[in-house]
Design a protein around this ligand. Structure first.
Ligand code: NAD
Length: 449
């Protein structure tokens, strides 16, 4: 491991990763390689997660292609040093901000979107002019293997390398000195990563999880809200970091909303479940954890467990107590508890029991309600009248807040995340203003004005 890292550091130091041409060529190469590997990746995703083709196209490949194309279009502009103003006290000089690559970046990826979440940060790392090591999740070994082969075949080992393995490999990597660590995963492991990074004062980006609420106001278009919540929740069997974790519905519309949610859940997913074209729960441990949650409420729809195939059908739960075990951690599976609220204060108080969610979804036709909720609740990102879609645009920074993460990426934000701002003052030498040497009082009176 140390040898690999030292070789990457030496490669970075030779400077070739910095030029715009190099970065653009590598990104173009990456796009071609992904196209070439679509089939083996689809097969691997099927084996690892039973992820059907159409879902994989939408959630694994489309965001990656979109991100590469966006970066290819804008990188030549982003990379330019930025001239900024110079105050009168620095007369004669110029001030410039350079965007310097970090150097060697470590990318640790989770299993839920094992391709997308390993490659999207890599796009940022390349755009920033870095070398990178990727550690995919051991829970999706087939996808991890194909990613490793794809990178090994088309990228110089000293530039981008995949190191496969489990928690021990991850821990061994974290003992090494990197220039940036980009971690996507649970809050629990995020804390471990941050501690390890502190040892070398390495900056981190932490893309973590949390309990993301969907709020349905009495003014909401209930049918559409139900459809979009069902889609966002049950996609990938609920194993999505920004999936609505639970729903809070105004008590006046709860009885109208529930049958609509049931209808759309069945319409969108029942056939896929019957045909076994529905993503499986990643491991036996996760399935057991989820099945235990089924006892926390009354099942409105779903609740079928196929332990042999690690399948759990999309499930809606009502009559769940706030202190039930399902409300103590991120659900991360196809179970959606529904609660009601009586007033905006009651709604906010309930959301704030799990502070700083990764996402917040507000369904309402009332501007005041939309603003009240989105401005007074603290969260990473979210949507008004939709779920998940804020993640699928390169124009919005994507990240968490507090326990749901540190930093953000996607599009320009990825470029900023994978670079450091280096400030430079270019001073004139054809004259020398005497203020600073002796007339501090003159300078002060100037600044006090
Ligand atoms: P995880 O934290 O268990 O694992 C993520 C990665 O960390 C894996 O590569 C794993 O090998 C490694 N790892 C696990 N334990 C480790 C340890 N003790 N020391 C060092 N490395 C370790 O997360 P997961 O189960 O793969 O993913 C699910 C979690 O990720 C959920 O909480 C979800 O919300 C979150 N997530 C967040 C985002 C986001 O963009 N914010 C995206 C996807 C998933």
């Amino acid at each position: 491991m140390e040898t690999v890292i030292n070789r990457q550091k030496a490669y970075y130091m030779n400077g070739s990763t910095r030029s715009l041409t190099f970065r653009l060529n590598q990104l173009k190469q990456l796009k071609e390689v992904v196209k070439e590997y679509e089939e083996p990746l689809l097969e691997a995703l099927l084996l690892d997660l039973n992820k059907p083709k159409e879902e994989a196209f939408l959630t694994e490949f489309a965001p990656v292609y979109q991100e590469i194309t966006h970066v290819l279009t804008h990188l030549s502009k982003w990379i330019q040093p930025k001239k900024v103003k110079t105050p009168i006290t620095h007369k004669g000089s110029k001030s410039i901000v350079y965007y310097e690559p970090h150097g060697l970046c470590l990318i640790i990826a989770p299993w839920n979107y094992p391709f997308h979440l390993a490659i999207a940060p890599l796009i940022g790392a390349i755009a920033g002019g870095n070398c990178a090591i990727i550690k995919p999740s051991e829970l999706t070994p087939h996808t991890s293997k194909v990613i490793a082969e794809m990178i090994r075949t088309y990228f110089d080992d000293e530039y981008v390398k995949v190191i496969e393995g489990d928690v021990e490999v991850s821990q061994a990597l974290l003992e090494q000195r990197f220039d940036h660590i980009f971690f996507t995963g649970s809050t629990k492991v995020g804390k471990i990563v941050m501690k390890a990074a502190a040892e070398h004062v390495t900056p981190v980006t932490l893309e973590l999880g949390g309990k993301s609420p969907a709020i349905v106001d009495r003014s909401a278009k209930l049918d559409l809200a139900a459809k979009r919540i069902a889609w966002g929740k049950f996609l990938n069997a609920g194993q999505t970091c920004v999936a609505p974790d639970y729903v809070l519905v105004h008590e006046e519309v709860l009885d109208s909303f529930l049958p609509l949610l049931k209808k759309h859940t069945q319409k969108l997913f029942s056939k896929r479940v019957r045909q076994k074209r529905y993503p499986k729960i990643v491991s036996e441990r996760h399935l057991k954890r989820l099945v235990s949650f089924l006892e926390d409420g009354e099942i409105v729809v779903g609740g079928e467990v196929d332990a042999e195939n690690d399948l759990l059908s999309p499930t809606i739960l009502t009559n769940v107590a706030w202190d039930a075990s399902i409300m103590q951690e991120e659900i991360f599976g196809p179970i959606l508890p529904i609660f009601s609220y009586t007033s905006t204060e009651d709604c906010m108080e309930k959301v704030n029991r799990n502070p700083n969610p990764l996402a917040l979804y507000v369904f309402s036709e009332t501007k005041e309600f939309q603003e009240l909720m989105t401005q007074h609740i603290s969260f990473g990102g979210g949507c008004i009248n939709d779920t998940i879609m804020h993640l699928a645009t390169p124009h919005l920074p994507f990240g968490g807040k507090g326990e749901s993460g540190i930093g953000a990426y996607h599009g320009y934000e990825s470029f900023l995340t994978f670079t450091t701002k280096k400030s430079l003052l270019k001073q004139a030498t054809n004259f020398d203003i005497p203020f600073r040497y002796k007339q501090g009082s003159v300078l002060l009176s100037l600044l006090r004005k």
